[in-house]
Design a protein around this ligand. Structure first.
Ligand SMILES: [Fe+2]
Length: 291
């Protein structure tokens, strides 16, 4: 159709997109255009703001490298990652869930470890931590033979992929649940850390006078055929940024209980899996930053 005024633009675009053969793609793109146009109208977006927005989106791509995923970081800072997670887990968002954001720092192919092994692979500060996990189905029945990918930042504030001074795959490992659904490993108690601010996510946080801290946590990804694969994070209840997480990951169900022992801490946590598709996510990064 020939556009006469601004009122015609949305209909013109939708009409051209109507031929999209795949039904879900057609639905998603139509909704995207409707909401995007509605946003532009409601915000009365100026030409200068539009140019700034285009530059901002282009910068997300420029900032992204094999060792850094800016789009994933921004999705977290906008609350989209956790919204999608909570809508798609916990009986489709009707119940609390141990599922949580994958985050921008998951790497596939970390080393397989014996039960109880340490994931500290180079000199790392922090108090010793023993983690004892349990993986069950929704009815509490133990799930044996599940792969549990584990990763965390160094208490110095960086994941190994961000930090050439840490060994390759430091504080990462893959464990397998035992016959009773348990797994355990040794590490260091995590500390809160700042998310990178060199790119568009940092600009967003600065413009909104938001801090860039994440409360201390451990990451998990649990995979077993027959069950929906979940990413999870377990948070430190004493972290000062629990209520203002810059990635909006913290949920009530994921606040852990670190118990002091003679030499460090112990943390026990149970993860429940739902029936569903066992599918490993595409890793947001593929390698460590070079010096
Ligand atoms: Fe993290």
């Amino acid at each position: 159709m020939i556009i006469q005024t601004q009122d015609d633009v949305t209909a013109a675009v939708l009409q051209e997109m109507h031929r999209t053969p795949d039904a879900r793609t057609r639905e998603l793109l139509a909704l995207l255009v409707k909401h995007l146009h509605a946003f532009v109208r409601e915000a009365r977006l100026t030409e200068r703001e539009f140019q700034d927005a285009i530059g901002y989106i282009n910068a997300i791509g420029r900032e992204t490298t094999p060792s850094h995923n800016e789009a994933m970081l921004l999705a977290g800072a906008l609350g989209v990652s956790n919204l999608i997670c909570l809508m798609n887990n916990g009986a489709l968002g009707t119940r609390p869930t141990q599922a949580n954001n994958l985050g921008p720092f998951y790497r596939a192919d970390s080393p397989r470890c014996e039960d109880g092994a340490s994931i500290v692979r180079s000199s790392t500060p922090g108090s010793p931590l023993t983690f004892r996990g349990q993986v069950t189905d929704a009815g509490g029945k133990p799930i044996a033979g599940a792969d549990v990918h584990v990763w965390q930042s160094s208490p110095a504030g960086l994941y190994e992929n961000q930090d050439p001074s840490q060994a390759e795959m430091n504080l990462r490992g893959i464990f397998t649940t035992q016959a009773d659904g348990s797994f355990s490993f040794r590490s260091v108690k995590p500390a809160g850390y700042p998310v990178p601010t060199a790119g568009p996510t940092g600009a967003l946080l600065a413009a909104q006078k938001r801090h860039n801290m994440r409360p201390a946590h451990l990451h998990f990804l649990i995979h077993k055929p027959g069950y929906k694969t979940i990413a999870s994070q377990v948070y430190d209840p004493e972290d000062p940024h629990l209520e203002t997480d810059s990635q909006f990951g913290v949920t009530r169900a994921l606040i852990g209980n670190f118990v002091r022992t003679g030499s460090g801490y112990e943390l026990s946590f149970t993860f429940q899996l739902e029936p569903g598709e066992a599918r490993l996510p595409k890793p947001p990064i593929s390698q460590k930053v070079t010096a």
